[in-house]
Design a binder for this molecule. Structure first.
Ligand SMILES: C[S@@+](CC[C@H](N)C(=O)[O-])C[C@H]1O[C@@H](n2cnc3c(N)ncnc32)[C@H](O)[C@@H]1O
Length: 376
C-alpha cells in the first residue's frame, strides 16, 4: 500500500491486509425537528444483519475511501478545495457531512475550525456502521467536537429544517438516491446556506483503476476460482497426516489434478500481476494463499481454510465497493441533470472537473466539484 499521495491512481477500495456519538446537547434532531415544524424523523436502524461492504471497510480504520492513495487524509488539491470552503464559513457554522465514512471531510472541517477559532458544529452521517472514535488510530483530539451518526441515510435524516449552514460530501451524494438527497439537503440548509460535493467522474483515474480491479475480481473468482482451487487441494490433503499417507497422496491422480489446477490458477494470477498497473488486489490474494499454505503446515486444514474464507470475504467486499463505485460515476450528461435538480430544489450551483496533482507533476482527473447555495 502506498503511503505517498503523489502516487496516484486513487484506488478507492484497497483490500485491507490487514460511537455513534449522538450529542443531544445542541439537539439538532428529534425535539428540534418537531419544534421547527418538521416531523421527527427516525434514522434507519444500524447494527442489524450481516455487515455490508462499507461496514467492513470502515472497521479497518481507513480515514478515506482512497486509502491506497492517501495514508492519512486527503491531500493536495483534494484537501485544498475543502479547506477553502470551510475557511469561508462564518464562526459557529453548523456543518453536515453526508456519507462521511470515517469522517475524512469532517476532520478537515474540524482542523479549519480549530486553526481559525471558528467553533464549528460538525455532524457526519453515514448509512454504514461507522465508529471513527473506535476504529481510527489517530489522536482523539482531532475528533473532539465532531458528532458522528451511524446508520443514518442521507435521503432522510433526523435533523431539523434549515438547521445547517453548510452540507458537504466527498464521493458521497452519488452513492445515494440523488433526487431524494438533494431535496433533503434543500430542507436542511438555511437560506443562504452552502453545499459542496466532490463526486465521481466517469472519466477519472479512480474509475479507470476501479474498472481494472473489477476485472481482477472476475479473474480471481470466476476465471481461475483461485480460492476454491486452493480449498479443494487442502481438503484432499486433510487425510494425509502420516508420512505413508503423504506418499500415497503424491501418487494420487485426483490430488495431482487438483494440484495442477491450483498451479495453473496461481500462474494466471501472477501473469496478470505482471501486466497490470494496479495489481494490489491480485497481490493481496496471492499473499493470503501463501499464508493459508503456511497455516496448513502449522495447524492443519481447518485454520488454513478459515484463513482463506476470511480473505475471500474481504476481497468480495472490495469487489462490492467497486460495483458501488461504477454505479456512482457521473458523466457530463448526469451532471447536467444533477445541476437542474439542484436548481429546482432552490439552489444555485456550479459544476467543474476537479484535477489532483500526481506523479511528476501529472494532473489526474479525480472528480466533479459541485458548489451550491440555497437562495430560495
Ligand atoms: C466512497 S464512500 C465515501 C466516504 C467519505 N466521504 C470519504 O471520502 O472517505 C461512500 C459512503 O457512502 C455511504 N452511503 C452509501 N449510501 C448512503 C446513503 N444513502 N446514505 C448515507 N450514506 C450512504 C457508504 O456507507 C460509504 O461510507
Amino acid at each position: 500500500m502506498s503511503n505517498d499521495s503523489s502516487k496516484t491512481p486513487l484506488s478507492p477500495t484497497p483490500s485491507p491486509e490487514g460511537r455513534e456519538e449522538d450529542s443531544r446537547a445542541n439537539s439538532p434532531q428529534g425535539g428540534d425537528a418537531s419544534a421547527s415544524g418538521s416531523p421527527a424523523r427516525s434514522p434507519p436502524a444500524s447494527g442489524e444483519g450481516q455487515p455490508n461492504q462499507w461496514d467492513i471497510y470502515w472497521a479497518h480504520g481507513f480515514v478515506t475511501s482512497c486509502a491506497l492513495a492517501f495514508s492519512a487524509n486527503y491531500e493536495g488539491r483534494m484537501r485544498a478545495v475543502w479547506e477553502e470552503f470551510f475557511a469561508e464559513l462564518e464562526p459557529g457554522a453548523r456543518i453536515l457531512d453526508i456519507c462521511t465514512g470515517n469522517g475524512a471531510i469532517a476532520l478537515i472541517a474540524n482542523q479549519v475550525s480549530r486553526a481559525g477559532g471558528k467553533g464549528f458544529e460538525i455532524h457526519g452521517i453515514d448509512r454504514a456502521r461507522i465508529d471513527p472514535a473506535a476504529t481510527l488510530g489517530i489522536d482523539r483530539e482531532l475528533l473532539a467536537g465532531i458528532h458522528f451518526h451511524a446508520g443514518q441515510a442521507a435521503e432522510r435524516t433526523a435533523f431539523a429544517d434549515e438547521y445547517f449552514d453548510a452540507v458537504t460530501g466527498q464521493y458521497a451524494l452519488e452513492y445515494t438516491d440523488v433526487p431524494a438527497t438533494l431535496l433533503e439537503i434543500a430542507r436542511l440548509l438555511r437560506l443562504g446556506g452552502q453545499c459542496r460535493f466532490v463526486m465521481h467522474h466517469a472519466g477519472s483515474i479512480v474509475l479507470e483503476t476501479g474498472h481494472e480491479e473489477l476485472g481482477h475480481a472476475r479473474l480471481l473468482f470466476e476465471e481461475t476460482a483461485l480460492f476454491e482451487r486452493c480449498r479443494e487441494l487442502m481438503r484432499c490433503m486433510a487425510h494425509s497426516r502420516t508420512p505413508d499417507e503423504r506418499r500415497a497422496l503424491a501418487q494420487d491422480a485426483d490430488a495431482e489434478e487438483k494440484r495442477q489446477r491450483l498451479n495453473a490458477a496461481a500462474a494466471d494470477v501472477s501473469a496478470a500481476i505482471e501486466r497490470s498497473a494496479h495489481p494490489e488486489m491480485l497481490r493481496t490474494a496471492l499473499g493470503h494463499l501463501s499464508r493459508a499454505w503456511q497455516a496448513l503446515h502449522e495447524g492443519g486444514v481447518e485454520p488454513a481454510t478459515a484463513l482463506l474464507d476470511e480473505a475471500e470475504r474481504e476481497i468480495r467486499a472490495n469487489e462490492a465497493r467497486l460495483r458501488d463505485l461504477e454505479k456512482a460515476a457521473f458523466d457530463a450528461g448526469r451532471i447536467e441533470t444533477l445541476v437542474s435538480h439542484l436548481r429546482r430544489a432552490g439552489l444555485s450551483c456550479t459544476a467543474a472537473a476537479l484535477h489532483h496533482e500526481a506523479v511528476e507533476g501529472v494532473r489526474h482527473l479525480v472528480g466533479w466539484l459541485i458548489t451550491g447555495q440555497r437562495n430560495s
